[in-house]
Design a protein around this ligand. Structure first.
Ligand SMILES: *[C@@H]1O[C@H](CO)[C@@H](O)[C@H](O)[C@H]1NC(C)=O
Ligand SMILES: *[C@@H]1O[C@H](CO)[C@@H](O)[C@H](O)[C@H]1NC(C)=O
Ligand SMILES: *[C@@H]1O[C@H](CO)[C@@H](O)[C@H](O)[C@H]1NC(C)=O
Ligand SMILES: CC(=O)N[C@H]1CO[C@H](CO)[C@@H](O)[C@@H]1O
Length: 961
């Protein structure tokens, strides 16, 4: 197999771990005959009695005066002047006041009697929240933290077992590594607890455990577990008290995925095989449960052989977890995307009579609310992503309005990370995005706090700010797991200024960015009822193609701001303070020809005979469109469906190049473009009207990038391909088939011998090296050592040819370590993702940004006057596919400015997502010929503004949505 294939295999395996592609070895059940019994046989009478107890908190829970997780020496803390979103009253209650934390509990909320505070004396630590928002710590219902630690090193991934299709006896807790950079990073995003699910390679993956993310004195996995289920050690359980909730993960999917190289890892099953595996397993459990119940009935009836100790309580460690499911004492978490699977699993729940806590991924639950309502014991919650979709067929019918639609159907929504598929540091951002798509404020807040806590059966401990009293039905006090935010939690970029877990402050000297006052309120959301209705009407695939304005002349009225491109940057050219004196902009054949205050352009309208189209921007703005770079947008419709993509490309470093291609062949992305993918059209409708894509991103050693329109329907359409060839792309990749030193040696050889090479590759290299930087060289790389090597190589090449090489570093997670050197070498940088994450060792030295560091990689580079472009996605083959994220570029641009403590303004943020990117990627010839985007409800960087029109002078038209 080619190296390209190997690389793809790696990507696929990684994705399989996170997103649940079925890579399973098939070993059917029922072959074991031995029966294992718990080591210690507690008196059988108690055992029988205990079977009837429902799961829940320990009986003494509500009377406790000190938390089980209290760490002696933790000072009592008073958080003063807080705006507290408690979670009570349908998650709408907000209290202004103080919170008193002590003994690992929330002692009091609101107006606290001075007399109570006096009892603490000088020991009391006071934190002035200055009216900031305080919420319960964020709770993640779906994480692989610890089971799949970052950076990823061999032997550390304990997500999936490949030893069977249904293995309820496996437990995630046995593989939760205490070393994972994610813990600290995610705490810095306000995350305090997570359910660690086994992976989704198996129909029944095993038992899941809830952890708290803080480091414990014991440094052990066990000490991280929240309310340990009684079965954690089956020989020491108190049978007289009700059992704690336990959790299990199962997977109903089906994508057929032949990984190829390693058939023992491939489960060749179909949906029918999976459901049979479930039914077979539940049948075993049902039989065992019946035996237990019969045994206990006999015991209760006083049958002598049992009392004489002749009979033995029927048990089996392999099936006991499923028996507990049947007894309703396990929160069943099911990975399940499509209607067919949701329906099948609901059928199963009714056949065997067990409740389902949550459907995970659940991309189609919004299409089948009635199926969920039919589930045994009530509808499961839907644990979904805000936008992560179209990576495989099962996720193709995704809708960003799913959360809103589910809520309107009376169903419960949870936003989850599947960390590290989505970096759980930004789980709150998932809730924000759902909110921006119409999810009510209280539900968006609940979707990452109380809803996941309740779905775990842990609402008595986490997910609320509860101190007992009258706000909540039962008397209870939650853990003091709290996050204090620098802005409203649903405002884009909300970042903790402090996080408490078990009442212990988690951030030492947090870096706090100043935020504008308006961010202390939730942004106003447009009405998306019509969009939501259409999503359902079209099964998640509403038409996205643009509609062209019927008139050549379009007048935009009530314009508040106009941004333009000028001298290779974005500047604000028109702005009115006064909402009563808004301006206008006129476009002819897609080209803005006049703008200014009201009346400025009347002369143009007067001189035309045709009737213009009028678009009222209601105080919105017009700004240059954005450009996307980062994933193979335009080369694929569904990343993991080969028939929908351009296909695989060989890597000349490790495979034989087909001889028919000839020597020094060079692949052009332009030749493989596929227009009209949903990701491209969604990007277009979000103001990202062009994209730059290189061949099979990071998978072939060299390729020529292309600059194309995301809104065009085919390549020959006017303006569809503004620049066929942009730059020469390559990558320096760690853990690849060839060493980094070999990759550099190849670059050196090709560049230093370019003058004799007349092949397509040689010709392109000459354009980079010998003809004075006609074409940039774009290298995807994150590691600082490799970047330093490239800077040296650049000098070497420049010395030989006496020319400047235009080098762009893309990805660049560690580039802040070389900011000065990059500046001195005049190298531009594209940072992708905007918030780097240490997926692999070579990019482990990230600069995490607020609250962990004042600087971020972007601000550091800008401080050194480096030209910076941004991408919302990871420019590395080890991160999940990102085409779906192209539409979110504007959110990431805005977020970059918000993170920067005032150092980056809107103009710079817009530049980084447009002109800078185009310049760094060799597409700047088009700068003066740019598209424009018209928005209502704010400017393009306001997360809740709506794009209403695209002005394209290249294609001589205005598209109106
Ligand atoms: C709770 O909030 C949701 C969403 O805002 C709303 O639809 C529902 O009517 C509320 N329930 C009650 C009982 O007020
Ligand atoms: C799966 O099917 C493929 C193609 O039929 C076959 O080559 C492979 O050996 C099978 N793998 C397993 C585990 O049965
Ligand atoms: C960046 O540019 C500004 C303005 O031209 C200059 O004052 C500053 O010294 C430069 N910073 C660095 C690190 O070169
Ligand atoms: C700004 C503000 O609300 N300040 C209040 C903080 O809390 C103290 C004590 O509760 C009050 O006295 C301040 O007025």
């Amino acid at each position: 197999m080619s190296d390209g294939g190997n690389r793809q295999l790696l990507v696929v395996l990684l994705l399989a771990l996170l997103l649940g592609f079925p890579i399973i070895s098939l070993r059917l059940l029922g072959t074991h005959t031995t029966s294992f019994s718990p080591v210690n046989r507690t008196p059988t009478v108690n055992k029988c009695r205990s079977l009837k107890l429902p799961a829940g908190p320990p009986p003494t829970f509500h009377e406790r005066s000190e938390s089980d997780r209290f760490v002696p020496g933790t000072p009592p803390t008073l958080i003063r002047n807080a705006t507290i979103w408690t979670g009570a009253y349908n998650r709408t209650e907000v209290i202004y006041g103080d919170i008193l934390l002590d003994k690992g509990m929330i002692i009091n909320i609101g107006r606290i009697q001075p007399i109570l505070l006096q009892t603490y004396g000088a020991e009391l630590v006071v934190f002035d929240a200055r009216r900031r928002w305080v919420t319960p710590g964020i709770v993640d219902l779906h994480s692989h933290m610890g089971n799949s630690p970052s950076p990823d090193l061999s032997g550390s991934a304990d997500v999936n077992s490949f030893k069977g299709i249904a293995q309820p006896w496996l437990r995630s807790v046995d593989g939760i590594n205490t070393h994972d950079d994610s813990y600290q990073l995610s705490v810095a995003g306000g995350l305090t607890a997570a359910l660690i699910l086994p992976g989704s390679a198996n129909a029944i993956g095993g038992q899941a455990y809830i952890i708290k993310l803080r480091k414990t004195a014991e440094r052990s996995t066990s000490s991280m577990i929240l309310e340990p289920p009684y079965q954690m050690n089956s020989s020491s359980s108190d049978l007289s008290s009700p059992p704690r909730w336990r959790h299990i993960k199962r997977t109903t999917w089906l994508t057929f995925l032949l990984v190829g190289e390693n058939p023992s890892r491939v489960y060749n099953g179909t949906r029918m095989d999976t459901m049979w595996a479930f039914r077979q397993a539940y049948n075993e459990a049902t039989k065992l449960k019946q035996k237990q119940d019969e045994f206990c009935a006999k015991l209760e009836a006083g049958q002598s052989e049992i009392l004489d100790g002749q009979g033995e309580f029927p048990d089996d460690l392999r099936w006991e977890a499923l028996v507990d499911v049947l007894r309703g004492r396990v929160k069943v978490n099911t990975h399940c995307y499509e209607a067919v699977d949701l329906d099948a699993f609901v059928r199963l729940s009714n056949e065997f009579k067990f409740p389902v806590a949550a459907f995970h991924h659940a991309h189609e639950t919004y299409l089948v609310p009635d199926v969920l309502k039919r589930a045994y014991g009530g509808p499961p919650v839907s644990a979904i992503f805000s936008g992560f979709s179209r990576y495989k067929r099962e996720s193709y019918h995704f809708s960003e309005f799913a959360a809103k639609i589910l809520t309107e159907n009376g169903l419960t929504v949870v936003m989850k990370s599947d960390h590290s598929a989505i970096n759980s540091r930004y789980l709150l951002h998932e809730a924000q995005q759902a909110y921006y798509h119409g999810l009510p404020e209280n539900v968006a807040f609940a979707s990452v706090t109380s809803n996941p806590a309740d779905a775990m059966g842990m609402g008595h401990r986490i997910g609320y700010v509860k101190q007992g009293m009258c706000h909540f039905a039962e008397y209870t006090s939650n853990y003091p797991d709290l996050a204090i935010w620098d802005s409203h939690p649903l405002a884009l970029g909300a970042t903790p200024v402090q996080v408490y877990i078990d009442g212990i402050a988690q951030l030492e000297n947090p870096a706090v960015a100043k935020k504008p006052d308006e961010l202390q309120r939730a942004p106003k959301i447009p009405n998306y009822d019509e969009e939501a209705r259409k999503a359902v009407e079209y099964d998640g695939l509403p038409p996205l193609s643009p509609t062209e304005s019927s008139s050549d002349l379009v007048i935009f009225t009530n314009v508040k701001q106009v941004f333009i491109k000028s001298s290779m940057r974005v500047v604000r050219d028109f702005f009115v303070h006064d909402e009563d004196a808004l301006g206008e902009l006129i476009a002819s054949k897609g080209k803005p020809i006049c703008w200014g205050s009201h009346g400025t352009c009347s002369f143009i309208v007067g001189s035309r005979t045709s009737k213009p189209t009028i678009v009222d921007l209601q105080g919105g703005s017009v700004s240059p469109a954005l450009s996307y770079y980062g994933s193979p947008l335009g080369l694929q419709h569904i990343t993991l469906e080969p028939s929908t993509t351009d296909g695989e490309i060989f890597d000349p470093l490790s495979s034989d190049v087909p001889s028919i291609l000839g020597n020094g062949a060079l692949i052009r992305a332009a030749d493989g473009l596929q227009y009209g993918s949903r990701d491209a059209l969604m990007a277009y409708r979000s103001g990202v009207t062009t994209a730059i894509t290189a061949p099979e991103h990071g998978q072939c050693f060299f390729g020529l990038g292309t600059y194309f329109s995301t809104g065009a329907s085919h390549k020959l359409e006017l303006g569809a391909l503004p620049q066929e060839i942009t730059a020469l792309h390559t990558a320096v990749t760690y853990n690849a088939a060839s060493s980094v030193s070999i990759q550099i040696a190849v670059l050196r050889r090709l560049f230093l011998s370019a003058s004799e090479d007349t092949s397509p590759l040689g010709t392109a290299i000459k354009k980079v090296a010998t003809v004075g930087g006609q074409m940039p060289l774009v290298v995807e790389v994150g590691n600082a050592d490799a970047i330093a090597t490239l800077i040296m190589l650049k000098r070497e090449i420049e010395a030989v040819y006496g020319n400047t090489v235009r080098l762009t570093i893309a990805g660049a997670a560690e580039s802040h370590l070389l900011a000065k050197e990059l500046r001195d070498a005049n190298v531009g940088v594209i940072v992708g993702p905007v918030h780097p994450f240490p997926h692999s060792w070579d990019i482990r030295r990230i600069l995490p940004g607020p609250p962990l560091s004042k600087d971020s990689v972007i601000s550091k580079l800008l401080d050194h006057n480096i030209t910076v472009g941004i991408s919302p996605v990871g420019l590395s083959r080890f991160v999940p596919p990102g085409n779906w994220n192209a539409q979110n570029l504007r959110l990431y641009a805005a977020w970059t400015a918000l993170d920067s403590d005032g150092r980056i303004n809107k103009e710079q943020a817009l530049s980084m997502a447009s002109v800078n990117l185009e310049k760094l990627l060799g597409a700047s010839a088009q700068a003066e010929n740019t598209d424009f985007v018209a928005t209502v409800g704010g400017d393009l960087l306001d997360p809740t503004s709506q794009v209403v029109a695209i002005l394209s002078q290249r294609s001589e038209r205005v598209d109106i949505f």
